[in-house]
Ligand binder design. Structure first.
Ligand code: ZN
Length: 372
């Protein structure tokens, strides 16, 4: 089968001919129809060199098939299959493989499982248990291939009305969904989304409106792009602020001096200033949800401001399995329309072009997918 693999960190992906994966008794083999790409893949490809210097066992994982988002058809089930799963089922892939037995899994916090493996990545954390080490290697390969091996509990049957290219992006949608839940967005709320025009920020705009927000303040580098995205979403409640403006002051003007009810922050690396300015635009007893990817960046925010105003700050990453189910219900009932977000489709052979378009934002991409 064909697979887009990273051989050397920082170099272009290579399309390799490799054997189709074998599966274990609790696995399924999925024929990938679409693999989704996002900023996490770009960071992974570009920053692995830096990471490989820190983690001594890193290089043994290369080459690796990239991409952790995907959807397709069940092509084979293991000897011990889930009773509700059969060959031919249409499924989306949940890329976060948790152990189910660590303290965090047992306390309903699978997103921070100590033994977590994520397909398409070499995990920067080093699992301590035998299971964690095994899973990180056995399930390392991602969806940018004709087939992928997955634990059967990590595939979700998708409704007939959900096309594969949209289902391939459910992971990033799930991250935004969980962020809206953590922000406790309620009808009538004003929600600030920082880094609002990326592939993660745009679904947060869409979902905040679904949760009932009556005003969404989108902060981004390119204000024109905010306008184009609001138009694309058909939303008349999105107001844009450019990162170069006085963000706090603008939020206060829009909210008539009270501040926003919540901030969902997706800052990219190096974007700390826009986070701090957006945070100071949150009202008393408001909520700040950190879901960006700033690497090791430290930001400075007033201890007294948080304490006196009773502001809640919470971090989250990814999403849980049951949130996947909740999202699929929304898709099944046509409550959300993801068709507008899939803007670019490439064949697997052109995956390096897809990554280039994502970086340059040429042609205004939101969600980019590849078809093997
Ligand atoms: Zn666990």
């Amino acid at each position: 089968m064909k697979a887009a693999r990273l051989h050397t960190p920082g170099s272009p992906l290579q399309i390799d001919e490799i054997p189709t994966p074998t599966i274990g008794e609790n696995d399924v083999l999925v024929e990938v129809k679409y693999a989704g790409l996002n900023g996490g893949d770009i960071h992974f490809i570009d920053e692995q060199y830096e990471l490989s210097q820190k983690v001594d066992t890193h290089s043994r994982h290369f080459p690796i098939t990239i991409s952790h988002e995907g959807a397709g058809i069940v092509a084979e089930v293991g000897k011990n299959p889930r009773k509700d799963l059969k060959v031919g089922d249409r499924v989306a892939i949940h890329p976060h493989i948790s152990c189910g037995f660590c303290y965090f899994c047992r306390t309903d916090n699978e997103t921070v499982c100590e033994n977590k493996a994520v397909i398409g990545f070499v995990n920067p954390w080093q699992p301590k248990t035998t299971f964690g080490k095994w899973a990180a290697e056995y399930y390392k390969d991602g969806t940018a291939a004709n087939y992928i091996r997955m634990p059967s509990q990590n595939v979700y049957k998708i409704p007939d009305n959900l096309p594969f290219d949209q289902a391939a992006k459910l992971d990033i949608l799930g991250t935004a969904y969980r962020a809206c839940k953590f922000a406790k967005v309620r009808p009538g709320d004003t929600v600030v989304v920082n880094a609002a025009t990326g592939g993660s920020g745009v679904p947060a705009l869409m979902l905040a409106e679904l949760f009932g927000a009556s005003k969404i303040i989108a902060v981004a580098r390119n204000k024109d792009r905010i306008g184009r995205i609001a138009k694309l979403l058909g939303s008349d409640i999105i107001e844009g602020i450019g990162s170069d403006e006085n963000i706090t002051q603008r939020i206060m003007e829009i909210t008539r001096g009270r501040g926003a009810d919540s901030l969902i922050d997706y800052i990219p690396r190096g974007g700390g200033k826009s986070f701090v300015q957006s945070a100071y635009g949150v009202r008393q007893v408001g909520r700040i949800v950190l879901v960006g990817s700033p690497g090791a960046e430290e930001v400075s925010i007033s201890y007294r401001w948080i304490m006196v105003r009773g502001v809640e700050i919470v971090g989250t990453r990814a999403h849980s399995g049951y949130e996947y189910d909740e999202l699929l219900n929304l898709c099944d009932r046509n409550t959300i329309d993801l068709s507008k977000l899939v803007t670019h489709r490439f064949s697997l052979d052109k995956i390096n072009d897809a990554l280039r378009v994502m970086k340059s934002r040429e042609g205004d991409p939101i969600w980019v997918v590849c078809s093997p």
